[in-house]
Design a binder for this molecule. Structure first.
Ligand code: C5P
Length: 223
């Protein structure tokens, strides 16, 4: 699919920062699919749906209304669930802790993938997540798999959370990321895995500018 860029990788690898910068540079739209699974998790917790209730979660995912409003000027993009602005609330430790449990449910994934494919229509879009190159848009024009050592990913996430004023502990952040990666990689339905035809970039020790330059070079030269 022309003008579609898929970015996959584990938690904290810097996918969304890269995707945002790339979208601005190329004047593409950006779809954060992780935010959609976070949105489903937020609603499930709010509606007291047991996270082992597969049918309850599937039906919730089939009926949820998720809307994105794109960034404009200095204003960041926002995400709404059934009309509620949940932009900040989907990034809390409570959601981090539960999202992979919700995202492993096949019915939830099927519903989200359907919406993601609809949003991808028209192209000129960068999509990041865990199964974008393998399932959502396997015919994307470019696929990247962005990773980094667990230590470095945990450090980046820790710094980010601390800057937001969230009281966090480094070892806890690291354990949380490792746990999420394990569930995401071992689940039955479209697990996190590098698409065979994706460019692999290990960003350990790289700055975001270096990563962006590498990706843009690949896009310009076709790899
Ligand atoms: O990208 P982010 O860390 O916000 O994603 C949150 C969680 O959503 C992941 O840990 C994973 O469980 C789930 N996810 C997924 N498939 C995607 C995007 C995210 O399963 N395409």
């Amino acid at each position: 699919m022309n003008n579609v860029i898929a970015i996959d990788g584990p938690a904290g690898a810097g996918k969304s920062t890269l995707a945002r910068l790339l979208a601005r540079k190329l004047k593409y739209r950006y779809l954060d699919t992780g935010a959609m699974y976070r949105a489903v998790t937020w609603l499930a917790l709010r509606e007291n749906i047991d996270l082992d209730n597969i049918q309850g979660l599937t039906s919730l995912a089939n009926n949820i209304d998720i809307e994105f409003s794109p960034p404009s000027g200095d204003r960041k993009g926002r995400i709404y669930v059934n009309g509620n602005d949940v932009t900040e609330e989907i990034r809390t430790p409570l959601i981090n802790k539960n999202v992979s449990k919700v995202a492993r449910v096949k019915g939830v994934r099927d519903a989200m993938v359907r919406q993601q494919r609809k949003l991808a229509q028209g192209g000129h879009i960068i999509i990041d997540g865990r199964d974008i190159g393998t399932r959502v848009v396997p015919d994307a024009e470019f696929k990247f798999f962005i990773t980094a050592s667990l230590e470095e990913r945990a450090r980046r996430r820790y710094t980010e959370l601390k800057e937001k004023g969230t009281g966090v502990n480094f070892q806890e952040v690291k354990a949380e990321i490792a746990r999420r990666d394990k569930i995401d990689s071992e689940r039955e339905c479209s697990p996190l895995t590098k698409p065979e035809d994706a460019f692999l970039i290990d960003t350990t020790g790289m700055s975001i500018d270096e990563v962006l330059t590498r990706v843009i070079n690949i896009i310009r030269t076709g790899g």
